[in-house]
Design a protein around this ligand. Sequence first.
Ligand code: BGO
Length: 266
Amino acid sequence: MGVTIALAGNPNSGKTTLFNALTGSNQFVGNWPGVTVEKKEGKLKGNKEVTITDLPGIYSLSPYTLEEVVARNYLLQERPDAILNIVDGTNLERNLYLSTQLLELGIPVVMAVNMMDIVRKSGDEIRIEKLAEHLGCEVVTISALKGEGVMEAANRAKKLAESKQKQKHVHGFAPEVEAVLETIERQLLGVPQEQQRFFAVKLFERDSKITETMEQVPEVEDLIAKLEAAMDDDAESIITNERYEYITDVIEKSLVKKQAKGKLTT
Ligand code: BGO
């Protein structure tokens, strides 16, 4: 039976290079429905039953750009069997911001840390087992430009897609934020459990495109407003700040900078 893998990542993370390496000339180009954003799909080399959908390069799953809306509508409505999340290993902090959101969709994620040729040259070390542990997903390293590790990345995503597993989110927000998110999750009748985190966060943030389709319960709005007052910040910034705190912590545990290595040995 065929499976679909969505390729997701920031602009300039090497997504096009990876897509070309995985699909070769086996590509079909069209437009995303209703918009002039280019849509590329292809068959994985040697695996006709695996379709790879190249999502637009994005930094976030927010509703602010056409590319973000196209990408997240696809992920929410079409629900690919797995996400292959390509991240630029030389710029982990910025790239993991999108990853933390992809991991809340309930779709299994394989993270491919790209540009490893540059990372290696720099002398930095990325501990992928730590990244995997703290993000709660499979992680592989690749160099899309050199073709290193790319087929293994796709095969890991294929296996995960075929397993029909649901992605679990391992990151928890601060307890007071969690309390509100969990209240929202309890109101999400009819939303499959693995998708509840994504929708709860979006409703908490008052994401315009999500609140258009899902009504916010007045008591919940009250809870959000109270928390905003207590934390002296708006709901969207509360979530963004917490994501970056989490990312800083994950990077601290998984990235060993060359200077730090020097310090340890001298
Ligand atoms: C240029 N290693 C290295 N070193 N570079 C890589 C790797 C890798 O593993 N993967 C990709 N790149 P896209 P998006 C370029 O085009 O696939 C490079 O936006 C240049 N171009 O070759 O386009 C890749 O689809 C002139 O670099 O990314 C490309 O995600 C000088 O990363 C860039 C230097 O890759 C972005 C680089 C005229």
